[in-house]
Design a protein around this ligand. Structure first.
Ligand code: SAM
Length: 194
């Protein structure tokens, strides 16, 4: 991966620098055999180091995706200065032996551009269908990405470092958000949800 696609720097004079981190969820390293160090994410300390990095390198703001089974561990480590948001999946993967199904995912987020009093309100949750057939397990849908950018109150001229690019869906959504690229064609599920 090139530095450009990895970091998506737009380098504007007064822009803020944010990060979105979407690592293999705790205990899910086996889902990513394409990466030699994917199993490192089965250890909570790898996630702790990532959270430390987010605090250290991204004081302007960051968003970290995780799954419900690890939320109590990671949220406790991240501390009080963070908030939790929820991605609800009206259409989700239903596994035969898992009932109730996992149909939402948390994000832990911190910072972001200060909202002004009359700015539109951003909810701390979003409903968006999962993205299918992206080639990367856990690829994030466009509406989820746009919600992440909204949480950070991100604007054109800001920088987003997508630390785990996977399918590059976040990069594509960011390019659209910042006006660097015309809107991408919606996938069928995204069309039916909007
Ligand atoms: C949840 S997916 C990211 C999905 C991405 N946000 C998207 O929308 O397509 C996690 C990604 O991290 C990669 N990965 C696994 N182990 C890694 C490691 N040790 N360092 C960096 N990336 C890793 C996986 O190959 C996978 O592409």
């Amino acid at each position: 991966m090139t530095a450009l696609t990895d970091r998506m720097r737009t380098c504007a004079a007064h822009g803020m620098t944010f990060a979105y981190a979407d690592p293999p969820y705790l205990g899910c390293g086996k889902l990513y055999p394409e990466h030699p160090a994917a199993r490192d994410w089965d250890d909570p300390h790898t996630h702790y180091r990532l959270i430390d990095r987010l605090f250290d390198e991204y004081p302007d703001g960051w968003v970290l995706s995780c799954h419900e089974p690890s939320l109590h561990i990671l949220r406790a480590y991240a501390g009080r200065d963070c908030r939790t948001g929820i991605w609800v999946k009206p259409f989700a993967v239903f596994k035969p032996n898992v009932n109730p199904a996992y149909a939402w995912e948390p994000v832990i987020f911190r910072g972001g551009r200060k909202f002004e009093r009359y700015d539109d309100k951003v909810r701390d949750w979003v409903a968006a269908n999962i993205r299918m057939q992206s080639g990367t397990i856990g690829s994030k849908p466009r509406d989820f990405c746009r919600w992440v950018f909204s949480l950070l109150n991100a604007r054109q001229g800001d920088t987003l470092d997508d630390l785990f690019p996977g399918s590059s869906a976040v990069a594509a959504a960011w390019a659209e958000w910042t006006g660097d690229q015309s809107p991408l064609p919606l996938l069928p599920l995204e069309m039916s949800a909007s």
